[in-house]
Design a protein around this ligand. Structure first.
Ligand SMILES: N[C@@H](CCC(=O)N[C@@H](CS)C(=O)NCC(=O)O)C(=O)O
Length: 441
């Protein structure tokens, strides 16, 4: 069996778990998988010794290989188990590109407001407040097996000691320092929240017409969006209340895509029944769009505004980040082939001087007319390299190239995406397990 080491409250675990559950339910994951709570004992005694990294989720394959991050977990399983594939094939260039772009937007842009929601509404004096819920769900990992009150206490102690939660503004540490590294402060907070609401509103409009992002079946895009939308925006109490009250169709999509607690949500594989002439049950597929991605490589009209957010907000920041990374890799501060920072939520330990303040791996950015400063995340260059490799075969065919050109021309600076080989030339990132390195020149 595959073994997924995860936490219920972890952003990227929600993405990987929903994917593995889907493949497994479709009978397309060979021996299946077990979802194992990654307790501190397992992280120290198993994950770090085997993979060199404490991050979750991690997957142990039946042959003993260890795989992270969530995108690589999906790539690994898709290669080993191509049935019930979740990545549109190269004959569907638009849907293929859209799936990778939405995954990137979800993994590395929506992470900021989703992460912020959890910790802002856990601060002292903040109302409404979901600190208790978070103490309980973190304590469930930290003191798994202990009685409920001791689990809660373990969560509270951890937040106090590791994150300085009671002095989150005056002396930010842990997650609160991480939010600053990502470009969140009192000036930018409203802009990040507005970005999140803009995306959610556009998704709500889309799910009024379609069950999933690409039509009537799950894809990489849906699993990607479960990163922000499961553990943080759906499960956490304050954001979960807001999501249920303002975006009920997005909530229904979460349940449908997660595949649990979803009898009303018309999940994959489910049948709806009517009564036949003789009162017998007559089943039909529960999903719209014939239970498949839209025909002829079409993208729903309602999906284009979601993709537009990528180009309007994230792409300019990514292009600038690649410039900074290129300059850093070429500088005498870095040795070719050497290690690069690898974390998303905070500056990587050991690289703080580079990724904070005015360090070489920091950048100015603008969102909603507000200016801020944030760390450059080399993992983004790895994600873009992976996207480029995925669309390169589509661009080799004339019709594929034309189709993507036409799609991209509809977005601000969209055509620049086809310049990725040039943009990545000086900052190609090599990934080994959870560690990132610049390419040897
Ligand atoms: N890019 C990674 C991120 C993995 C990650 O950052 N995991 C977080 C929890 S969601 C974590 O384990 N943080 C603690 C650590 O890295 O020690 C992925 O796609 O899986």
């Amino acid at each position: 069996m595959y073994r997924l080491f995860s936490w219920e409250h972890s952003y990227f675990s929600g993405k990987a778990r929903a994917y593995l559950r889907f493949k497994s339910r479709m009978g397309a994951l060979g021996p299946g998988f077990e979802d194992i709570l990654a307790t501190p004992e397992l992280i120290m005694g198993l994950l770090i010794p085997r993979s060199g990294s404490p991050a979750v989720p991690q997957l142990e394959a039946p042959d003993g290989s260890w795989i992270q991050d969530s995108s690589e977990i999906i790539d690994y399983c898709e290669a080993a188990h191509p049935e019930a594939g979740v990545i549109p094939e190269i004959q569907r260039p638009r849907q293929r590109l859209a799936a990778y772009l939405i995954e990137l937007l979800a993994d590395e842009w929506l992470v900021v407001p989703a992460f912020w929601e959890r910790w802002y509404f856990s601060e002292d004096g903040r109302e409404p407040n979901h600190l208790a819920f978070n103490e309980q769900q973190w304590g469930a990992v930290l003191a798994a097996g202990a009685p409920g009150n001791l689990r809660r206490e373990a969560g509270g102690n951890f937040f106090r000691d590791m994150f300085g939660i009671h002095e989150s503004r005056s002396n930010p540490r842990g997650v609160y320092a991480g939010l600053q590294h990502l470009g969140v402060n009192e000036q930018t907070e409203p802009a990040w929240q507005a970005s999140q609401h803009r995306i959610l509103q556009r998704l709500e409009t889309h799910f009024a017409q379609h069950d999933y992002l690409l039509g009537g079946a799950l894809s990489l895009a849906d699993f990607g969006l479960l990163g922000p939308l499961y553990a943080h925006l759906y499960r956490d109490a304050v954001s979960g209340f807001a999501l249920r009250t303002h975006f009920p169709l997005v909530c229904e999509w979460v349940e449908r895509s997660v595949g649990e607690g979803c009898l009303n949500a018309r999940s994959y594989g489910q049948k709806l029944y009517s009564l036949g002439d003789n009162g017998e049950l007559v089943g039909r597929s529960a999903n719209g769009d014939d239970g498949a991605w839209l025909p002829d490589d079409a993208l729903a009209e309602t999906l284009l505004p979601v993709l537009a957010v990528f180009f309007e907000e994230m792409w300019p920041v990514l292009v600038d980040a690649l410039d900074h990374l290129t300059a850093y890799v070429a500088s005498d501060q870095h040795e070719a082939g050497g290690e690069l920072p690898g974390k998303t939520f905070t500056a990587t330990p050991g690289f703080e001087a580079l990724q904070t303040g005015n360090g070489a791996l920091t950048q100015d950015f603008e969102l909603g007319g507000v200016k801020g400063r944030r760390m450059v995340v080399p993992y983004h260059a790895w994600m873009l390299g992976r996207l480029q490799a995925a669309i390169a075969p589509c661009l080799e065919a004339d019709d594929g190239k034309q189709s993507l050109n036409e799609l991209l021309a509809g977005f601000p600076r969209g055509s620049e995406l086809l310049e990725l080989p040039r943009l990545l030339a000086g900052c190609t990132v090599r990934k080994e397990g959870g560690l990132l390195y610049s390419a040897q020149t």
